[in-house]
Ligand binder design. Sequence first.
Ligand code: NAD
Ligand code: IPM
Ligand code: MN
Length: 359
Amino acid sequence: MNAHFALLPGDGIGPEIVQEARIALDAVADRYGHDFSYSEHPIGGCSIDASGDPLPAATIEACRRADAVILGAVGGPKWSDPEAPIRPEDGLLAIRKELGLYANLRPIKTFEALVDASPLRRDIVDGTDILFVRELTGGIYFGGSTTSDGGDTVVDHMRYTVAEVERIVRFAASAARKRSRRLTSVDKANVLEVSRLWRRVTLRVMAEEFPDVALETVLVDAMAMHLLSRPRDFDVVVTGNLFGDILTDEASMLPGSLGLLASASLGDGALGVYEPIHGSAPDIAGRGIANPLGAILSAALALRHSLGLDTEAEAVESAVDRVLTAGLRTQDIAAGGAAIGTAAMGAAVAEELRAENPL
Ligand code: NAD
Ligand code: IPM
Ligand code: MN
């Protein structure tokens, strides 16, 4: 297959980890006889520095022409002044909105080799396999804000429409149908009017269209606790933009590190943006020690969801599993033991991919 990837490395550790995702894709191409090509485009802080725009029109056009987009991370202290009129994060939000990527899949699965690296006990985390479906183009991120009282009063609007809730619930429930047919919807319906709309629409869509999928509704504060005490009880979890952002960073401690988690941002077409859920990690950027596995596993999601290459996606996931089983660790998952760098971890995954017997 011929496929073109738009690479958007971004800021901080973004370029370091996207490089390793590309190396993994090259290994897949060699191994399975595909022809993958790549082009790099600016987004985020580096793009503000270059052109004043965190998402230039040329970047978005290149993404539209590509088969899949691999993104690193944006942001950093250089652009974090609260007075700044334009921010790297604006570019990230804009690409999601422009491409209509309303569904953000964030799988949270423990790796057997790392179960003892989690800050949580083995008997709690072992066997965790949750698919978070985070609504990505609505909610408080996109409701706009108002400032009054000469700047003394600021309001961010949390906004959802019936149509936005319907489509994300359908997306999540369809995913649940292919798994254990259980869906958990997380909201704050005891306080927020917008969550009551979310709950009402969810109950209706599930009753009318997914009677075969068991629905449970959980309040977000309790969910934050349940995730750490009984994570195995959850299968597919659907929630709004802000709650999904927070709960998935929390859930990254189940497998053991933010650096391990991948995501797929999808809409109604085949095009998707694939990025690790972590940020630009300014505290470790430029040192070659970041964990590239979240980015590499995001490339696996691109193979599966945008290109339909399920076997290849599984090969990447299994190669990651094997390097972890072999004991290779970046510093974030080394628990104080011996650690290798970003490039060595990427090379190990690529080597495993090339060494593998045909599936
Ligand atoms: P962060 O996710 O960048 O880092 C949080 C912590 O996790 C840090 O200690 C970091 O070193 C560690 N970490 C993250 N990724 C890692 C990896 N691959 N390997 C090892 N350790 C890793 O969050 P932050 O520090 O709160 O945010 C920094 C910047 O990133 C901010 O500007 C923020 O807006 C931005 N951000 C961007 C994205 C994105 O582009 N998708 C996501 C989250 C945050
Ligand atoms: C993420 C990030 C972004 C978000 C920020 C950087 C805009 O935290 O992708 O999880 O909040 O969606
Ligand atoms: Mn986040």
